[in-house]
Design a protein around this ligand. Structure first.
Ligand SMILES: [Zn+2]
Ligand SMILES: [Zn+2]
Length: 341
Protein backbone atom coordinates (compact mmCIF):
# COMPACT_ATOMS: atom_id res chain seq x y z
CA UNK A 1 0.00 0.00 0.00
CA UNK A 2 2.64 2.50 1.05
CA UNK A 3 5.16 1.66 -1.63
CA UNK A 4 2.59 1.74 -4.41
CA UNK A 5 0.96 4.98 -3.29
CA UNK A 6 3.98 7.07 -2.36
CA UNK A 7 5.95 7.55 -5.53
CA UNK A 8 9.45 8.84 -6.11
CA UNK A 9 8.29 12.40 -6.77
CA UNK A 10 6.87 12.61 -3.23
CA UNK A 11 10.10 11.22 -1.81
CA UNK A 12 12.11 13.86 -3.67
CA UNK A 13 9.71 16.51 -2.36
CA UNK A 14 10.16 15.21 1.18
CA UNK A 15 13.94 15.10 0.88
CA UNK A 16 13.92 18.64 -0.52
CA UNK A 17 12.00 19.84 2.53
CA UNK A 18 13.55 17.76 5.34
CA UNK A 19 16.53 15.94 3.79
CA UNK A 20 19.20 18.32 5.14
CA UNK A 21 18.34 17.70 8.81
CA UNK A 22 17.08 14.15 8.45
CA UNK A 23 18.86 11.42 10.50
CA UNK A 24 20.51 8.71 8.37
CA UNK A 25 18.31 6.09 10.08
CA UNK A 26 15.18 7.72 8.63
CA UNK A 27 16.66 7.77 5.12
CA UNK A 28 17.42 4.03 5.42
CA UNK A 29 13.81 3.35 6.46
CA UNK A 30 12.49 5.20 3.39
CA UNK A 31 14.79 3.14 1.15
CA UNK A 32 13.72 -0.11 2.84
CA UNK A 33 9.97 0.57 2.60
CA UNK A 34 10.23 1.64 -1.05
CA UNK A 35 12.17 -1.54 -1.86
CA UNK A 36 10.01 -3.92 0.23
CA UNK A 37 8.69 -6.74 -1.97
CA UNK A 38 10.04 -5.09 -5.11
CA UNK A 39 12.73 -6.40 -7.48
CA UNK A 40 15.30 -4.51 -5.39
CA UNK A 41 14.79 -6.97 -2.51
CA UNK A 42 14.95 -10.04 -4.78
CA UNK A 43 12.72 -13.08 -4.79
CA UNK A 44 12.52 -16.56 -3.27
CA UNK A 45 11.80 -19.73 -5.20
CA UNK A 46 9.81 -22.27 -3.18
CA UNK A 47 8.91 -25.79 -4.10
CA UNK A 48 6.07 -27.83 -2.63
CA UNK A 49 7.28 -30.90 -0.71
CA UNK A 50 4.29 -32.88 -1.84
CA UNK A 51 3.20 -31.98 -5.40
CA UNK A 52 6.53 -30.42 -6.46
CA UNK A 53 4.86 -27.24 -7.76
CA UNK A 54 7.24 -24.23 -7.79
CA UNK A 55 6.19 -20.85 -6.32
CA UNK A 56 7.98 -17.50 -6.50
CA UNK A 57 7.53 -14.97 -3.67
CA UNK A 58 8.90 -11.43 -3.51
CA UNK A 59 11.33 -10.89 -0.62
CA UNK A 60 10.41 -8.34 2.02
CA UNK A 61 12.81 -5.72 3.39
CA UNK A 62 12.70 -7.03 6.99
CA UNK A 63 13.19 -3.52 8.34
CA UNK A 64 11.71 -3.29 11.85
CA UNK A 65 9.94 -0.04 10.97
CA UNK A 66 8.27 -1.42 7.84
CA UNK A 67 4.50 -1.90 8.39
CA UNK A 68 4.43 -4.85 5.96
CA UNK A 69 7.26 -6.80 7.60
CA UNK A 70 5.99 -7.00 11.18
CA UNK A 71 3.35 -9.66 10.52
CA UNK A 72 4.33 -12.92 12.13
CA UNK A 73 7.24 -11.46 14.12
CA UNK A 74 5.16 -11.01 17.28
CA UNK A 75 4.04 -14.61 17.03
CA UNK A 76 7.57 -15.94 16.58
CA UNK A 77 8.68 -13.88 19.58
CA UNK A 78 5.82 -15.30 21.66
CA UNK A 79 6.83 -18.86 20.85
CA UNK A 80 10.47 -18.12 21.80
CA UNK A 81 9.40 -16.61 25.14
CA UNK A 82 7.20 -19.57 26.01
CA UNK A 83 10.05 -21.63 27.51
CA UNK A 84 10.95 -18.88 29.94
CA UNK A 85 7.53 -18.58 31.58
CA UNK A 86 7.56 -18.90 35.37
CA UNK A 87 4.78 -20.55 37.43
CA UNK A 88 3.97 -17.38 39.33
CA UNK A 89 1.70 -14.31 39.06
CA UNK A 90 2.94 -11.58 36.69
CA UNK A 91 2.72 -7.81 37.05
CA UNK A 92 3.13 -5.11 34.45
CA UNK A 93 4.89 -1.93 35.52
CA UNK A 94 4.62 1.14 33.29
CA UNK A 95 7.09 3.98 33.82
CA UNK A 96 6.09 7.33 32.30
CA UNK A 97 8.21 10.46 31.95
CA UNK A 98 6.85 14.03 32.18
CA UNK A 99 6.10 15.81 28.88
CA UNK A 100 8.91 18.33 29.58
CA UNK A 101 11.43 15.56 28.89
CA UNK A 102 10.14 14.58 25.42
CA UNK A 103 12.13 17.11 23.41
CA UNK A 104 15.34 16.16 25.22
CA UNK A 105 14.71 12.44 24.58
CA UNK A 106 14.14 13.13 20.87
CA UNK A 107 17.52 14.85 20.72
CA UNK A 108 19.33 12.11 22.68
CA UNK A 109 17.39 8.88 22.00
CA UNK A 110 20.25 6.46 22.50
CA UNK A 111 21.53 7.73 25.84
CA UNK A 112 18.09 8.94 27.05
CA UNK A 113 16.12 5.74 26.38
CA UNK A 114 19.04 3.63 27.56
CA UNK A 115 19.04 5.50 30.88
CA UNK A 116 15.24 5.08 31.21
CA UNK A 117 15.55 1.31 30.85
CA UNK A 118 18.35 1.18 33.43
CA UNK A 119 16.60 3.57 35.86
CA UNK A 120 13.30 1.64 35.78
CA UNK A 121 14.97 -1.78 36.18
CA UNK A 122 17.24 -0.35 38.91
CA UNK A 123 14.27 1.13 40.81
CA UNK A 124 12.45 -2.23 40.79
CA UNK A 125 15.56 -4.07 42.02
CA UNK A 126 16.18 -1.53 44.78
CA UNK A 127 12.64 -1.74 46.13
CA UNK A 128 12.18 -5.51 45.66
CA UNK A 129 15.35 -6.13 47.71
CA UNK A 130 13.58 -4.58 50.68
CA UNK A 131 11.19 -7.07 52.38
CA UNK A 132 8.96 -4.40 53.84
CA UNK A 133 7.96 -3.17 50.37
CA UNK A 134 7.55 -6.49 48.58
CA UNK A 135 3.96 -7.75 48.61
CA UNK A 136 5.01 -11.39 48.25
CA UNK A 137 2.01 -12.70 50.21
CA UNK A 138 -0.61 -10.48 48.56
CA UNK A 139 -1.89 -11.85 45.19
CA UNK A 140 -2.81 -8.51 43.60
CA UNK A 141 0.14 -6.50 44.85
CA UNK A 142 3.81 -6.37 43.87
CA UNK A 143 5.48 -3.07 44.80
CA UNK A 144 4.20 0.35 46.01
CA UNK A 145 4.33 2.65 42.95
CA UNK A 146 4.51 5.78 45.13
CA UNK A 147 7.85 4.57 46.43
CA UNK A 148 9.07 3.50 42.96
CA UNK A 149 8.49 6.87 41.31
CA UNK A 150 11.11 9.00 43.16
CA UNK A 151 13.74 6.23 42.90
CA UNK A 152 13.16 5.97 39.13
CA UNK A 153 13.43 9.77 38.72
CA UNK A 154 16.58 10.02 40.89
CA UNK A 155 18.32 7.20 38.99
CA UNK A 156 17.59 8.85 35.64
CA UNK A 157 18.82 12.20 36.95
CA UNK A 158 22.07 10.59 38.21
CA UNK A 159 22.62 9.03 34.76
CA UNK A 160 22.11 12.38 32.99
CA UNK A 161 24.50 14.09 35.40
CA UNK A 162 27.12 11.39 34.74
CA UNK A 163 26.63 11.86 30.98
CA UNK A 164 27.08 15.65 31.30
CA UNK A 165 23.59 16.31 29.92
CA UNK A 166 21.81 17.63 33.02
CA UNK A 167 22.02 21.29 31.89
CA UNK A 168 20.04 20.46 28.73
CA UNK A 169 16.99 19.30 30.74
CA UNK A 170 14.21 21.63 31.88
CA UNK A 171 14.61 21.69 35.74
CA UNK A 172 10.78 21.59 36.14
CA UNK A 173 10.81 17.85 35.34
CA UNK A 174 12.52 17.12 38.67
CA UNK A 175 9.76 18.83 40.67
CA UNK A 176 6.80 16.79 39.35
CA UNK A 177 5.88 13.14 40.07
CA UNK A 178 6.92 10.67 37.40
CA UNK A 179 3.96 8.39 36.91
CA UNK A 180 4.55 4.69 37.61
CA UNK A 181 1.71 2.20 37.27
CA UNK A 182 1.61 -1.42 38.45
CA UNK A 183 -1.05 -3.85 37.30
CA UNK A 184 -1.61 -7.54 38.06
CA UNK A 185 -1.87 -9.26 34.65
CA UNK A 186 -2.43 -12.91 35.59
CA UNK A 187 -0.04 -15.62 34.46
CA UNK A 188 2.96 -15.52 32.13
CA UNK A 189 1.01 -16.47 29.00
CA UNK A 190 -1.45 -13.57 29.49
CA UNK A 191 1.33 -11.05 30.05
CA UNK A 192 3.33 -12.24 27.01
CA UNK A 193 0.29 -12.13 24.75
CA UNK A 194 -0.32 -8.56 25.86
CA UNK A 195 3.33 -7.51 25.42
CA UNK A 196 3.75 -9.08 22.00
CA UNK A 197 1.28 -6.56 20.56
CA UNK A 198 3.60 -3.71 21.59
CA UNK A 199 7.01 -5.25 21.03
CA UNK A 200 6.69 -5.20 17.22
CA UNK A 201 4.45 -2.17 16.89
CA UNK A 202 5.46 0.31 14.17
CA UNK A 203 4.34 3.92 13.62
CA UNK A 204 1.21 2.65 11.83
CA UNK A 205 0.16 -0.84 10.81
CA UNK A 206 -0.56 -1.42 7.14
CA UNK A 207 -4.16 -2.45 7.86
CA UNK A 208 -5.00 1.04 9.12
CA UNK A 209 -4.09 2.74 5.83
CA UNK A 210 -7.25 3.18 3.76
CA UNK A 211 -5.54 4.64 0.68
CA UNK A 212 -2.33 6.42 -0.26
CA UNK A 213 -1.34 8.45 -3.30
CA UNK A 214 1.11 11.23 -4.14
CA UNK A 215 -1.12 13.90 -2.57
CA UNK A 216 -2.74 12.28 0.46
CA UNK A 217 -2.67 9.35 2.87
CA UNK A 218 -6.01 8.40 4.45
CA UNK A 219 -5.89 6.19 7.54
CA UNK A 220 -8.08 4.94 10.36
CA UNK A 221 -7.51 5.93 13.99
CA UNK A 222 -9.28 6.08 17.34
CA UNK A 223 -9.27 8.95 19.80
CA UNK A 224 -7.97 8.13 23.29
CA UNK A 225 -10.95 7.05 25.41
CA UNK A 226 -13.27 6.54 22.41
CA UNK A 227 -14.15 3.32 20.62
CA UNK A 228 -15.53 5.06 17.51
CA UNK A 229 -13.25 4.49 14.49
CA UNK A 230 -12.42 7.68 12.58
CA UNK A 231 -10.46 8.42 9.42
CA UNK A 232 -7.96 11.20 8.86
CA UNK A 233 -6.47 12.47 5.59
CA UNK A 234 -2.96 13.93 5.76
CA UNK A 235 -0.80 15.43 3.02
CA UNK A 236 1.61 12.63 2.06
CA UNK A 237 4.69 14.63 3.01
CA UNK A 238 3.21 15.37 6.46
CA UNK A 239 2.25 11.70 6.88
CA UNK A 240 5.85 10.73 6.10
CA UNK A 241 7.19 13.28 8.57
CA UNK A 242 4.96 11.90 11.37
CA UNK A 243 5.70 8.28 10.49
CA UNK A 244 9.46 8.86 10.50
CA UNK A 245 9.30 10.36 14.03
CA UNK A 246 8.96 6.74 15.22
CA UNK A 247 12.23 5.59 13.64
CA UNK A 248 14.70 4.44 16.27
CA UNK A 249 18.47 4.93 15.98
CA UNK A 250 20.26 2.10 14.18
CA UNK A 251 21.11 -0.79 16.50
CA UNK A 252 18.87 0.59 19.25
CA UNK A 253 17.36 -2.25 21.28
CA UNK A 254 13.68 -1.56 21.84
CA UNK A 255 13.31 -4.61 24.09
CA UNK A 256 15.84 -5.35 26.84
CA UNK A 257 15.95 -8.39 29.05
CA UNK A 258 16.78 -8.09 32.75
CA UNK A 259 16.84 -10.56 35.66
CA UNK A 260 15.92 -14.16 34.77
CA UNK A 261 15.29 -13.11 31.13
CA UNK A 262 18.81 -11.72 30.77
CA UNK A 263 21.24 -13.91 28.74
CA UNK A 264 23.77 -13.55 31.60
CA UNK A 265 21.38 -14.95 34.25
CA UNK A 266 23.40 -17.64 36.00
CA UNK A 267 20.70 -20.12 37.10
CA UNK A 268 19.00 -22.45 34.62
CA UNK A 269 15.37 -21.66 33.96
CA UNK A 270 14.43 -25.20 35.08
CA UNK A 271 16.10 -24.69 38.44
CA UNK A 272 14.37 -21.34 38.89
CA UNK A 273 10.97 -22.88 38.08
CA UNK A 274 11.71 -25.70 40.55
CA UNK A 275 12.56 -23.25 43.32
CA UNK A 276 9.33 -21.29 42.78
CA UNK A 277 7.26 -24.47 42.81
CA UNK A 278 9.01 -25.62 45.98
CA UNK A 279 8.36 -22.28 47.68
CA UNK A 280 4.69 -22.43 46.68
CA UNK A 281 4.36 -26.05 47.76
CA UNK A 282 2.63 -27.20 44.58
CA UNK A 283 3.29 -27.67 40.89
CA UNK A 284 1.72 -25.38 38.31
CA UNK A 285 1.41 -26.81 34.82
CA UNK A 286 2.91 -24.59 32.13
CA UNK A 287 0.51 -23.13 29.59
CA UNK A 288 0.62 -24.91 26.22
CA UNK A 289 2.82 -23.46 23.46
CA UNK A 290 0.69 -21.12 21.36
CA UNK A 291 -0.36 -22.83 18.15
CA UNK A 292 0.90 -21.15 14.98
CA UNK A 293 -1.88 -19.14 13.32
CA UNK A 294 -2.67 -18.70 9.64
CA UNK A 295 -0.13 -15.83 9.37
CA UNK A 296 2.81 -18.09 10.27
CA UNK A 297 1.48 -20.92 8.08
CA UNK A 298 1.15 -18.69 5.05
CA UNK A 299 3.90 -20.57 3.19
CA UNK A 300 1.62 -23.43 2.27
CA UNK A 301 1.24 -24.72 -1.28
CA UNK A 302 -1.78 -23.06 -2.96
CA UNK A 303 -2.34 -26.31 -4.93
CA UNK A 304 -2.33 -28.95 -2.19
CA UNK A 305 -1.86 -27.08 1.12
CA UNK A 306 1.42 -28.87 1.98
CA UNK A 307 4.53 -27.06 3.25
CA UNK A 308 6.62 -25.11 0.74
CA UNK A 309 10.40 -25.52 1.02
CA UNK A 310 12.79 -22.80 -0.08
CA UNK A 311 14.91 -23.86 -3.07
CA UNK A 312 16.84 -20.72 -3.99
CA UNK A 313 16.80 -16.98 -3.56
CA UNK A 314 17.47 -14.21 -6.05
CA UNK A 315 19.27 -11.35 -4.35
CA UNK A 316 19.97 -7.88 -5.68
CA UNK A 317 23.66 -7.09 -6.23
CA UNK A 318 25.19 -5.32 -3.17
CA UNK A 319 24.94 -1.64 -3.92
CA UNK A 320 25.96 0.20 -0.73
CA UNK A 321 23.63 3.08 -0.01
CA UNK A 322 21.16 2.89 -2.86
CA UNK A 323 19.66 6.34 -2.50
CA UNK A 324 16.40 5.16 -4.13
CA UNK A 325 18.06 3.66 -7.21
CA UNK A 326 17.09 0.16 -8.25
CA UNK A 327 20.07 -2.25 -8.35
CA UNK A 328 20.50 -5.02 -10.90
CA UNK A 329 19.34 -8.49 -9.87
CA UNK A 330 21.61 -11.54 -9.78
CA UNK A 331 21.03 -15.12 -8.70
CA UNK A 332 22.80 -16.42 -5.59
CA UNK A 333 22.58 -19.62 -3.50
CA UNK A 334 20.32 -19.24 -0.48
CA UNK A 335 21.20 -19.81 3.17
CA UNK A 336 18.04 -21.52 4.45
CA UNK A 337 15.87 -19.90 7.04
CA UNK A 338 16.28 -16.18 6.43
CA UNK A 339 14.26 -14.05 4.16
CA UNK A 340 14.07 -10.96 6.31
CA UNK A 341 16.83 -9.08 4.52
ZN1 LIG B 1 1.68 -28.75 -3.42
ZN1 LIG C 1 9.24 -4.44 4.47
Amino acid sequence: MLESGINLRVIQQYLGQFGATMPAAQRRVIDAIIDCRSAACGAILYQCEDCGEPHVAARCCGNRHCPVCQQGKAEAWLIRQHERQLPTPYFMLTFTVPSGLREFLRRHPRIGYGALFAASAGAIKTLAADDKHLGADLPGFFLPVRALSPIFRAKFRDAMRAAGLLAEIDPCVWTVDWNVNCQAVGDAAASLAYLSRYVFKVGISEGRIVRADAAQVVFRYRKVGSSRPRTLALATVEFMRRFLQHVLPRGFMKVRYFGFLSPSFSMSIEELKGRIELAQGFTVAAAPTPAPTEASRSRACPHCGEILRCRSVVLPRPFGSRGLLRPAVTSMPFAAGDESG
